[in-house]
Design a protein around this ligand. Structure first.
Ligand code: AMP
Length: 430
């Protein structure tokens, strides 16, 4: 199938042609005709599938087909997005695909001056891409009017729920006209997503592109079983030995991102850290420098895990495994995008064995282990929780409803180890 078969307007086809897209991706093939028919939609599409164009193209077309509104253009399509970076990216997609149409897009997100956004909004916009928090601020200040919205998209809805935006989203939805088309995109279908979908969508069609929670097949995945205290040296060695030019490294905490960044800089690796404590200016700069190849390693918390589209990113490293297994899929989705090959490496210490087991359960396969990491071999074994004996369980129920604290797993998550000892690699880099 080509884009011509999707009944898209010539100005959109022209923009796609200029982008070098010759045929629709599966999510586009399925979603575009249904959105053009005006259906509400629950779409399960993993990152990198082309889902942004999957909703942007038909929305642009529907807005274009309507009579031109009076100036200033009222907001007719609202796209809610979890993170600032993703909001910027989706806004740029609307501008790119709609460049031959007389439609205007705007973007608002937190961390930057609200006044500039207010000024720009007074000029009018047909499409508004927004993060929920900033949009709510603008609503409270009566600086944005959503009374003409006909199309609502919740992109990365599962992420928005994870980030605690549900209340904000509900407040925003209350300000919208009842009569509108709703599209909900989510990489995973949790119970909460189903509840939100039931509240929001009206007789929706369901489009599922990704197999549920499965990582892109174009990503080769490997696990390096390694002691926590050797991780820093190993990552440094992998970057140097492999002559990696661009690697996105995920860590669990903001503090951890800053610390690893400082350490790698000492090793002579150009890097930048990207996390929620950084100012928006620093976040934008870090991402731009990384995209342009000015820094080799971008060290990020999960804020960067979703939606970011970095062309042909060859390597993703999980320096720490994510606490939530689904985030692994999103993290490694940063590589192997739109059909290109990518590599994902996870440095897994024995303390993280249970997280790895959770990820492998989700993927329904074992990720290959690297046997010779160059370091002392470590075993990634999941310690079982000690079973509560049935007599103890009986006692607990007899105990007039007073619950005893749960038995702790044998292997506590807490690990005070902060060893700086760096055992020499067994193998020397040749
Ligand atoms: P997304 O999943 O929306 O973040 O898109 C992932 C990447 O695929 C982006 O770089 C898009 O520019 C690219 N893309 C989207 N649709 C197509 C297409 N039909 N052909 C080629 N590349 C595409």
């Amino acid at each position: 199938m080509t884009f011509d078969h999707l009944d898209l307007a010539p100005p959109l086809l022209k923009a796609l042609n200029e982008q070098g897209y010759d045929k629709p991706t599966p999510v586009q093939e399925q979603a575009i005709p249904l959105i053009l028919q005006g259906r509400d939609m629950l779409a399960g599409a993993q990152t990198g599938t082309g889902k942004t164009a999957g909703f942007a193209l038909p929305l642009l077309q529907r807005l274009h087909e309507q009579p031109r509104p009076n100036k200033p253009h009222p907001i007719r399509a609202l796209i809610l997005i979890p993170t600032r970076e993703l909001a910027m990216q989706v806004y740029e997609s609307f501008r790119t695909y709609g460049r031959h149409l007389l439609l205007f897009s705007e973007v608002v997100f937190g961390g930057v001056s609200i006044n500039n956004q207010i000024t720009r909004l007074t000029l009018g916009a047909d499409i508004l891409v927004a993060t929920p928090g900033r949009l709510l601020d603008l609503l409270y200040q009566k600086k944005v009017d959503l009374s003409q919205v006909q199309f609502l998209v919740l992109d990365e809805a599962d992420r928005m729920l994870d980030m605690g935006f549900i209340r904000d989203i509900q407040k925003i939805i209350k300000t919208l006209p009842k009569q509108r088309q709703n599209l909900l995109f989510s990489a995973t279908y949790s119970k909460e997503i189903r509840i939100l979908a039931a509240e929001l969508l009206n007789d929706p069609v369901e489009v599922a592109i990704a197999r549920k929670n499965v990582a892109a097949d174009t990503v080769s995945q490997r696990v390096y079983p390694i002691k926590r205290e050797n991780k820093r040296e190993l990552i440094s060695w992998l970057i140097g030995d492999g002559n990696w030019q661009q690697v996105l490294i995920f860590v669990r905490t903001k503090h951890g991102a800053d610390r690893l960044s400082r350490q790698l800089i000492k090793d002579g690796i150009r890097c930048a850290a990207l996390h929620g404590n950084k100012s928006q200016g620093a976040r934008t700069r870090a991402l731009e420098d990384f995209k342009q190849g000015k820094v080799t390693a971008l060290i990020a918390t999960d804020i960067a895990a979703r939606g970011l589209d970095i062309d042909q990113l060859p390597h993703v490293v999980n320096y720490d495994l994510p606490a939530v297994a689904e985030d692994y899929v999103h993290r490694i989705g940063r590589t192997g995008r739109a059909g290109s090959e990518g590599e994902s490496i996870s440095l897994v210490s024995p303390e993280e064995a249970h997280l790895l087991a959770g990820i492998e359960r989700l993927l329904k396969k074992q990720i290959p282990r690297v046997e010779d990491t160059g370091y002392e071999p470590v075993l990634l074994k999941v310690e079982k929780k000690p079973k509560i004996k049935s007599s103890a369980r009986q006692k607990r129920t007899q105990n007039s409803g007073q619950r005893k604290p749960k038995a702790k797993p044998a292997m506590s998550k807490h690990n005070p180890g902060n060893s700086r000892g760096r055992p020499a690699r067994k193998k020397t880099a040749s």
